[in-house]
Design a protein around this ligand. Structure first.
Ligand code: ANZ
Ligand code: ZN
Length: 838
């Protein structure tokens, strides 16, 4: 009889697994087995796994092992999202080049993963910061440029004057730089590269309806992010003369053209061309608009128009409502987004909350034009309903219902040449230029003197043969100011691939979300040096059967990778429209009620847990404590509890290992045997079900604990010879198989000890025997007037009278009906007893 010692077992098996490259290798697409592609989101190589990773990977690993045991050809890969700013920060802090820092971290984390016993096929490992990988980012960029999907334009960006670089929105914290708490982030106009994701807006939106294997909350977040909105464009002529071009009219975007007779002003974003034109003619106004621009720019950019204090300036100018010829004042206001719709609105205070608030603050007039259909005229303002509401004081549309009026009025605007129905999206093209070192170089040059068709300084794409454009290894990133690559003359100065004259390379690098947009395709053919991957391999493995990761990636990563998939499909590389058929977002790991973080000092290190309790207990606890979609409060007691459970199983299994390995043919008929077998097969059925649904592994593990309790309760009987060797063998063999997805080292060790043949993770998953599942007692709920009183047990197949009697003698039931009259007893055979009581 052995004592469970994970410190001995785990390294022993790890060594064997590390040496056996075929163990977790996926088979080719000609394997003949059904395929299963299971991926956990790849980590950023920060240097250390945290508990959130452990949980994420434990879920995927259990699933992958289960599917292997179910006979699938499984691809279960891992990689590294290895570009990004932290490597540059670490380089500044520790004086280590980003590449060295990153590769050392990857080595350390790969070791941790192996120590955890995760079943990755390391032959397919993908590291995004290596030229073997990022050259394909460049290749895709060229393909997109050719297809008109990559283009340059001037745009507004967050700029930190201390870092001298563009910041992503997530790197702006309360309007300040994440690295310089005292530095206010500025908005700058920079020429940037964009990817035309908006070409796919409708497809990205409509596709969500079909992604039934994705959590509804993720689909909702993506729908809101895409933000499709049907409305009308209406031109308001500017009254009087404006010198600047394109300023004779203001086009507004409205979803409620039916309220247009209630428009009492036109509101412009401070960046709007007409606002700029008025400012050019009026210095005082220019100053006020400047102030608006400085205020809360970021809050507006982030789309948070509801929360901020609204400010505005009257321009003193007027616009003409084309529906009724009314002159309304033109204002400039901070709650109008420059890059949504047309950056201009008609303000209808009577029917829009924001306009109402603004009108009250500045004393603008409020004119009601919509009333409830039922009791016309009696509604509180702002009155925002459109269903069951009708127009008043709206010329020829008076009396129409809102929804019909919207269509008719849009058509009227179109006929008369001052508007049209339209669709607007919140989704913007994806700005991918970063003024950073540690990213993929953009494969474009600027021909200094120009050549035919290209003006001096014009863009020239590199030919495919020039790829990869390798990131120079030695770059001084300590200096501030613009893109670090711009300070490396050997990199910058090159020749034009078309005319051979002098050219300068693009010195910005790509957003790291590019790397993660298609990495999972590369896993299917990670060593390919002629193409990003072979189509037939990707077509075999895709779509991903199960993608598992944090909900923080619900929007950006998952929208960008859906976009990339559609682009690759249109390039003819793949056949699938969506990358992942099913998505699972696991909950966070928290400690003392808060997300684990260094600043809170509540980090539990996986290494510590492994040293104390072993990898199996650590992983199993991560699965056991709560369902995987819920937040997990880390409690060391719980890990210790799992470790005790494993010790118990270890003691029992090794105690009976000799019997278990011999086994025997006959299944006994003694009562203990029946009881044990029933419990075993119920457990098999339960866990199998948990694996095919929402993976409530917490209940799977609880079920194995119950099974083990039953074994312990029968220990004396087994020792007395009341359980045949065949049954002992069946129990332990299956118990070990059931634990294999959750505690792989442990299961492999015990499998060997009970004489199991071959690699346990390839042994067919146990099947529940339906005959053995059946209970000989049934639990019947007893109700009084439909309310549950108690549950009573009766033998299976009991007659109606027996069930009725059992219900009426039950102590709890008796206590509740005493002194009352039982008018009727209804028995639904095998299901329920209901007492009708007066
Ligand atoms: C007049 C109106 C009357 C509006 C009314 C609403 C209700 P969604 O649904 O989000 O697309 N809007 C348009 N462009 C804007 C911008 N750049 N910044 C801020 N607000 C803008 O919202 C469309 C509505 O938001 C538009 O319809 C417009 O206000 C406002 F009773 O026009 B509405
Ligand atoms: Zn040239």
């Amino acid at each position: 009889q052995g004592r469970y010692n994970p410190a001995e077992i785990e390294p022993k098996w790890q060594q064997r697994w590390d040496a056996d490259l075929a163990l977790y290798a996926a088979e080719g697409h000609d394997s003949g087995k059904p395929k299963y592609y299971c991926i956990e989101m790849l980590p950023y190589p920060s240097g250390q796994l945290h508990m959130g990773h452990v949980r994420n990977y434990a879920i995927g690993d259990a699933l992958a092992r289960h599917m292997w045991m179910r006979g699938y050809n499984v691809l279960h890969p891992m990689g590294w999202d290895a570009f990004g700013l932290p490597a540059e920060n670490a380089a500044l802090k520790n004086n280590t080049p980003p590449r060295e820092w990153t590769l050392a971290n990857i080595a350390a984390m790969r070791k941790q993963m192996q120590r955890l016993g995760l079943s990755y096929d390391w032959a397919t490992e993908v590291t995004t910061c290596l030229p073997e990988y990022y050259r394909w980012n460049q290749w895709f960029f060229l393909k997109m440029f050719e297809a008109g999907l990559a283009y340059r334009k001037k745009s507004k960006v967050n700029w930190c004057p201390d870092c001298q670089t563009v910041l992503a929105n997530e790197q702006v914290v309360d309007g300040r730089c994440w690295r310089h708490e005292d530095t206010i982030v500025e908005q700058r106009d920079l020429t940037q590269w964009f990817l035309r994701i908006t070409k796919y807006s409708d497809e990205l939106l409509d596709g969500l309806d079909k992604l039934e294997g994705w959590p509804e909350k993720v689909r909702t977040m993506q729908r809101n992010w895409i933000g499709r909105s049907e409305g009308t464009l209406v031109d308001f002529a500017v009254d009087g003369e404006v010198k600047a071009a394109d300023c004779a009219k203001i086009t507004v975007f409205t979803t409620r053209v039916d309220t247009i007779f209630g428009a009492t002003s036109v509101q412009l974003a401070p960046e709007h061309v007409v606002a700029k034109a008025f400012a050019a003619e009026d210095a005082a106004l220019a100053g006020k608009i400047e102030e608006l621009l400085a205020q809360q720019t970021l809050a507006r950019e982030a789309g948070d128009v509801g929360g901020i204090e609204k400010h505005g300036v009257d321009t003193g100018r007027f616009a003409i409502n084309p529906f009724n010829g009314e002159r309304v004042p033109i204002w400039v206001a901070n709650y109008i987004l420059a890059d949504y719709g047309t950056g201009a609105i008609m303000s209808v205070p009577a029917h829009d909350e924001r306009d109402f608030e603004f009108a009250r603050k500045y004393g603008l007039s409020i004119k009601q034009v919509i009333v409830p259909k039922a009791e016309a005229g009696d509604s509180e303002l702002p009155y925002t309903a459109e269903d069951d509401a009708v127009l008043v004081d709206s010329g020829e549309w008076t009396g129409e219902g809102c929804v019909e009026a919207q269509q008719k009025m849009a058509a009227f605007a179109k006929e008369n040449g001052f508007g049209t129905a339209t669709v607007t999206y919140r989704l913007k093209d994806w700005g991918v230029s970063r003024q950073r070192y540690w990213g993929t170089p953009i494969p474009m040059v600027y021909c200094v003197n120009g050549h035919e068709g290209v003006e001096p300084g014009g863009v020239v794409p590199l030919p495919e043969s020039a790829l990869p454009v390798v990131l120079p290894p030695q770059v001084d990133i300590t200096q501030q100011g613009g893109s670090p690559l711009g300070r490396v003359p050997e990199f910058v100065n090159t020749t034009c691939p078309v005319c051979g004259g002098a050219a300068r390379r693009e010195t910005d690098t790509m957003d790291t979300f590019v790397d993660s947009s298609w990495y999972f395709y590369r896993y299917t053919d990670a060593k390919n040096s002629n193409a990003p991957f072979a189509s037939e391999k990707a077509n075999y493995w895709f779509p991903i059967d199960q993608y598992i990761g944090g909900v923080e990636h619900a929007i950006l990563h998952l929208i960008y990778s859906r976009f990339w998939t559609k682009v690759m499909r249109d390039l003819g590389l793949i056949k699938n429209d969506e990358p992942a058929a099913r998505l699972f977002t696991q909950g966070m790991v928290i400690k003392d009620g808060a997300k684990m973080s260094k600043s809170k000092g509540n980090v539990v290190s996986p290494d510590d847990m492994i040293a104390r309790y072993g990898a199996d207990a650590t992983r199993m606890y991560a699965l056991f404590a709560v369902p995987p979609d819920k937040d997990l409060e880390w409690q060391e007691d719980g890990v210790a509890g799992i470790s005790r459970f494993l010790s118990r199983v270890y003691r029992l299994t090794t105690k009976y290992s000799a019997v278990a390995s011999v086994g025997g043919a006959s299944r006994g008929g003694t009562a203990v045997e029946q009881k044990l077998l029933r419990k075993l097969h119920q457990t098999i059925a339960k866990i199998t079900l948990d694996f095919s649904g929402r993976w409530h592994f917490n209940t799977s593990i609880a079920a194995t604990m119950e099974l083990v309790n039953e074994i312990v309760a029968s220990e004396a009987a087994i020792d007395d010879g009341d359980v045949s060797p065949a049954v002992v063998a069946e129990i332990f063999r299956n118990l070990v198989l059931l634990l294999a997805p959750f505690a792989p080292f442990f299961a492999a060790e015990l499998w060997e000890q009970i004489g199991g043949e071959g690699v346990i993770f390839r042994v067919p998953w146990p099947m529940a025997d339906a005959d053995l599942l059946r209970e000989d007692e049934l639990e019947i709920p007893v109700q009084m007037n439909g309310k549950l009183l108690n549950v009573v047990k009766v033998p299976v197949g009991s007659t109606e009278d027996v069930v009725k009697a059992a219900a009426l003698v039950d102590a709890k039931v008796v206590a509740r009906i005493v002194g009352k009259t039982v008018v009727k007893v209804i028995v639904v055979p095998g299901k329920l007893v209901n007492l009708v009581v007066k």
